[in-house]
Ligand binder design. Structure first.
Ligand SMILES: Cc1cc2nc3c(=O)[nH]c(=O)nc-3n(C[C@H](O)[C@H](O)[C@H](O)COP(=O)(O)O)c2cc1C
Length: 224
């Protein structure tokens, strides 16, 4: 099995799409990826509205603060949360936190599956919620959380900067940095690899010294 990290790191937010149709087979695969995401208590309090109608896409784009470029993409998937269900199971935390996390996990699964299928995606969070609800006849108690634009990329933007690993990690407590994480984690493979490298380095330096000494002796002999 390939490393999914390659899929994760090479995925990009696509902002320019080819005016190309996305097959139902592919859309279904994205929803399949979404529904397999983790959710608190497995409550799966999400629904997905697929939009392919051009006029509706244009109205939605307007509600996304006029991000009209998205209308070229084949389909939008509007990820809707059912916070009431979250609240019923887990109170305020379920409603305000788990519901959002559940949907975010479903979205990320879709983005990765789309990328693996050669499709491009754009996660749109900036939209007039009430306007989108009205366009899609979404009931009062349901919240559209994200609009996932799906299509074939016209161009793939360069990778934006991401914070380096070491700037994001603390050990055991907030702001507590570790000078040698491998040693702390008892990561034998890394420690042995380091030792092996040091040994190779020492051996190389010693070999150079021996060769230099031999050269010196030869030069001295020749000079006699
Ligand atoms: C919650 C959320 C909301 C976003 N909203 C928008 C949006 O409204 N329009 C847009 O073009 N991109 C949006 N994005 C995409 C980000 O701009 C993008 O992920 C970020 O620039 C990093 O680029 P990358 O996805 O290629 O790594 C959103 C992403 C997230 C997670």
């Amino acid at each position: 099995m390939g490393d999914i990290l390659d899929i994760i790191t090479s995925r990009r937010t696509i902002k320019r799409f080819l005016p190309k149709y996305v097959s139902w087979e592919n859309i279904a695969k994205l929803i399949d990826a979404a529904r397999h995401a983790p959710s608190a208590g497995n409550i799966q309090n999400w629904k997905f509205i697929i939009v392919i109608d051009q006029e509706l896409k244009e109205n939605i784009a307007k509600a996304c603060y006029e991000q009209y470029e998205i209308t070229a993409a084949g389909a939008f998937i509007v990820v809707c949360a059912e916070p009431e269900k979250g609240e019923r199971y887990y109170g305020s935390r379920g409603e305000k936190l788990y519901t959002i996390q559940n949907c975010a996990a479903a979205v990320q699964n879709m983005l990765l599956e789309a990328h693996a299928l050669g499709l491009g995606t754009q996660w749109i969070g900036a939209f007039e919620e009430e306007e989108v609800k009205s366009l899609l006849k979404i009931p009062e108690e349901v919240r559209p959380q994200a609009i996932i634009v799906v299509g074939y990329p016209q161009e793939i933007p360069p990778k934006p900067p991401k914070y380096p690993l070491e700037t994001l990690i603390y050990f055991n407590s907030w702001r507590s940095k570790m000078r040698d994480p491998a040693k702390y984690m008892n990561d034998i493979a890394t420690i042995l690899a380091r030792k092996a490298n040091t040994t190779i380095q020492v051996a190389k330096e010693s070999a150079h010294l021996v060769v230099d000494k031999a050269k010196e002796k030869i030069t001295a002999r020749k000079a006699k």
